[in-house]
Design a protein around this ligand. Structure first.
Ligand code: GUN
Ligand code: ZN
Length: 430
């Protein structure tokens, strides 16, 4: 088995930082080395202490190597609706997004776009994604197949939607159950792939389809569940009108058994205290989508309030309501959203969030999100001097905090020099 040693400055979190001086929460090694074998990290340490005999040494100094970024919510069929002109969520869905997703009925288009989608992720340093496919089973099939070829960790699922959408984008309760079950049987747990049961949101699923999602969830407790919750006031009002027996939006999903520790709830913006308690009780994971929430004017994610209620929040791009594939840009916009509410996102916490934190939210922290031995060798090589403006800023940097904050505020795909997927270069190689 080939042995590769990456030499670089290394940063990896051991736990969530509790305050800005919490330097015990991570490992930072100035002249560090990672031994990679069989797609896994075998050792991490000072370069001088690692045995280099028989190993290929790749020298990334002076750059910073971290675990690859994890995007916990985005949409595979929406890469060509980014930057579509719409007033708010429901207009944007009806006028741009639904018509675009109809195109994914074509398996050839799906296959071609799957490669381009995964290329965009790796370009931006994202090594694990949790993606919505379209309603068409072929779209999930194509995305799984392409990720499998690349040995990339990916969670996806065919969207379940049987009403309030164009005909070409509707399945039925039965077909959504059957197609999801077949995809689970074929792909869930194969290589680095996992299935997410994906009722799009309460508005586009009938009660019968919610029952189908419930049956899938019961039969497959280790599959993730992903949906949208409480993104915009018009959406909330319509969802509650469609499910008048529910106490509130959150209760719609609760009634169908869709809230549990591996449930990912995109947006979670306008929630009552009762809803927060119900989510916390289930240990469900709200997903902060800052660029999308700002772009669609949906609202400000109240990270501190949700955390005080006992919730562990994930963070994501939400392409194509989101405007950037970059988890660095996502942090930049997230920082501003929290600033507007008198909250802060310190760079130590920010970089924990998009690596180990998101891995933990997915229940995958033993496999991805850190550089600990035994982890999968999904890595990103970062250059905080990637653009003239960043380089100029960095001339006055005072150590690691300033470097990280420069990446967090000014970084994007240009700051990602290389992305490794299971030990193999995936960006520079193309
Ligand atoms: N709610 C239901 N579907 C979607 C979607 O595709 N994007 C966003 N942002 N919200 C949604
Ligand atoms: Zn979404």
């Amino acid at each position: 088995m080939s042995r590769t040693i990456l030499r670089a400055r290394l940063l990896s979190y051991l736990r969530a930082p509790e305050h800005p001086d919490d330097t015990e929460s991570f490992r930072y090694i100035e002249d560090g080395a990672l031994l990679i074998e069989g797609g896994l990290i075998r050792r991490i340490g000072e370069y001088s202490t690692l045995d280099t005999v028989g190993a290929e040494v790749i020298d990334h100094r002076p750059h910073l190597v971290m675990p690859g970024f994890i995007d916990t919510h985005l949409h595979f069929p929406q890469t060509q609706v980014i930057a579509s002109w719409a007033a708010e969520l429901l207009d944007w869905l009806n006028d741009y997004t639904f018509p675009e997703e109809i195109r994914y009925a074509d398996p050839e288009l799906c296959a071609q776009m799957a490669g381009r989608f995964l290329d965009r992720l790796t370009d931006h340093g994202t090594t694990t994604a949790v993606a919505y496919a379209s309603v068409h089973a072929a779209s999930a099939e194509a995305l799984f197949a392409e990720a499998h070829i690349r040995n990339m960790r990916l969670i996806t699922g065919k969207v379940m939607m049987d009403r309030n959408a164009p005909e070409g984008l509707c399945d039925t309760a039965q077909t959504s159950f059957d197609e999801s079950a077949a995809l689970i049987a074929r792909w869930h747990g194969r290589g680095r792939l996992g299935y997410a049961i994906t009722p799009r949101f309460a508005i586009t699923s009938s009660p019968a389809q919610m029952e189908a999602a419930q049956a899938l969830a019961l039969a497959h407790p280790d599959c993730h569940i992903q949906t949208h919750l409480s993104e915009n006031h018009a959406e909330i009002a319509l969802a509650c009108r469609l499910y008048p027996q529910a106490k509130d939006y959150t209760d719609i999903y609760a009634r169908y058994g869709l809230l549990r520790a591996n449930s990912l709830l995109g947006h979670a913006l306008h929630l009552s205290d009762r809803e927060l308690s119900a989510l916390a009780e289930a240990d469900a994971k709200p997903v902060f989508c800052p660029t999308s929430n700002l772009y669609l004017g949906s609202g400000l994610f109240d990270d501190a309030r949700l955390r005080e209620a006992g919730l562990s929040n994930a963070i994501a791009t939400d392409i194509g309501g989101g405007t950037s594939y970059s988890m660095l840009q996502t942090l930049a916009e997230g920082y501003k959203v929290l600033q507007l509410q008198g909250q802060r996102m310190h760079p130590y916490r920010a970089f924990d969030w998009i690596t180990r934190g998101n891995a933990e939210a997915l229940g995958l922290a033993d496999r991805i999100g850190t550089l600990e031995p035994g982890s999968e060798a999904d890595l990103v090589v970062l250059d905080a001097r990637a653009t003239p403006a960043m380089a100029q800023r960095m001339e006055r940097a005072r150590g690691l905090v300033d470097e990280l904050f420069t990446l967090q505020v000014m970084g994007d795909d240009r700051a990602v020099l290389e992305t490794y997927i299971a030990g193999n270069p995936a960006k520079g190689a193309r």
